[in-house]
Ligand binder design. Structure first.
Ligand code: NAP
Length: 297
């Protein structure tokens, strides 16, 4: 039976560590870290994610603020708010929840965030630092996954990792983190995508698979070897009349056929999702500490 890589357990442990850290910070007269989330429109998924992030902030003693805009907000208004937050030294981290309405250029907004406050780790400067292996903010989801692999002692060095998906927020940065030198790195990484031929040939040779394509139940038992470690990033809402909401979250992995062959596997929900939030909180705490260090330098 596979070990369940439980994101709720790992994130609870990390949150407890951070809570104590913040308690000490406040006891020594310093303000706690402050994370601001900008939410545009009323997309159900975005509202849920931002709500979860705000709740997590409060659990660890951070200040969490949500700034809400209607979907009609202009790009200029949004950019002006980002600029205002960049200049506010009482705020350590800023996330702009994606997706944004079609009339707003997401890349322009992401690049407007000061790299040191970009706790999602999406800014080109942070991606560049990641690619070079220099210190910087790491993208929250891939970073959270490495924290989970570390917690469970999953060895990555010398392993063959296959990542399905090459997005800028998950697949691409995940491939860099796992192949960089260091802890939870040193893997040999293959990045697969929609143009990959004979994907199963790659997945069957993988020691670790990270599925991040957004296709429910895509990875099936016949596509993996015995003993594989599987990380399921996918979170797609599928209709489910048995649920109060009328839907449930479905991962990219067919858990029923993959779990019996795996040595370890993440569930959906309760796997990568909580680790993304943990990654975001760790990044915010680090941003606050970097601000304090810069002040005393
Ligand atoms: P994305 O931007 O849509 O990227 C999907 C990637 O999958 C693309 O690179 C695409 O290839 C590849 N792909 C699509 N169909 C494929 C196929 N049949 N075979 C191989 N590759 C295929 O998605 P994303 O933002 O990375 O998110 C992926 C999933 O993770 C989604 O379900 C999302 O909701 C979820 N997610 C979860 C969390 C969390 O915290 N749990 C965080 C972020 C994302 P091309 O590049 O060739 O198009």
């Amino acid at each position: 039976m596979a070990v369940i890589l439980d994101g709720r357990v790992v994130s609870a442990a990390l949150k407890e560590e951070m809570r104590r850290d913040v308690e000490n910070m406040v006891a020594s007269g310093l303000r706690p870290p402050h994370l601001v989330a900008i939410l545009v429109g009323e997309d159900g998924g975005s509202m849920t994610y931002v709500g979860a992030k705000e709740k997590a902030c409060h659990e660890v003693g951070f200040t969490g603020t949500v700034i809400r805009y209607p979907a009609t907000v202009t790009e200029d208004e949004l950019l002006a708010k980002v600029q205002e937050i960049n200049e506010n030294d009482q705020i350590d981290g800023l996330i702009v929840q994606l997706p944004l309405p079609a009339h707003i250029n997401e890349n322009k907004v992401t690049l407007a965030i000061a790299p040191e406050k970009d706790v999602d780790g999406f800014h080109d400067v942070n991606m560049g630092r990641l690619a070079k292996g220099s210190p910087g903010v790491k993208p929250a989801t891939p970073y959270g996954i490495t924290l989970m692999l570390k917690h469970y002692g999953v060895e990555t060095s010398g392993k063959h990792v296959v990542i399905i998906g090459r997005s800028n927020i998950v697949g691409r940065p995940m491939s860099i983190l796992l192949s960089n030198p260091g802890e939870t790195g040193n893997a040999t990484v293959t990045v697969c995508h929609s143009r990959t031929h004979n994907l199963t040939e790659f997945t069957r040779n993988a020691d670790i698979i990270v599925a991040a394509l957004g296709k429910p139940g895509f990875l099936t038992g016949d596509m993996v070897k015995d003993g594989v470690v599987v990380v399921d990033v996918g979170t797609t809402r599928v209709d489910d009349a048995s649920k109060k909401a009328g839907w449930r979250l479905c991962g990219d992995v067919d858990f029923a056929t993959v779990e019996p062959k795996a040595s370890a596997i993440t569930p959906v929900p309760g796997g990568v999702g909580p680790m993304t939030i943990a990654g975001l909180l760790v990044n915010t705490l680090q941003a606050r500490k970097a601000q304090l260090a810069a002040r005393t330098a």
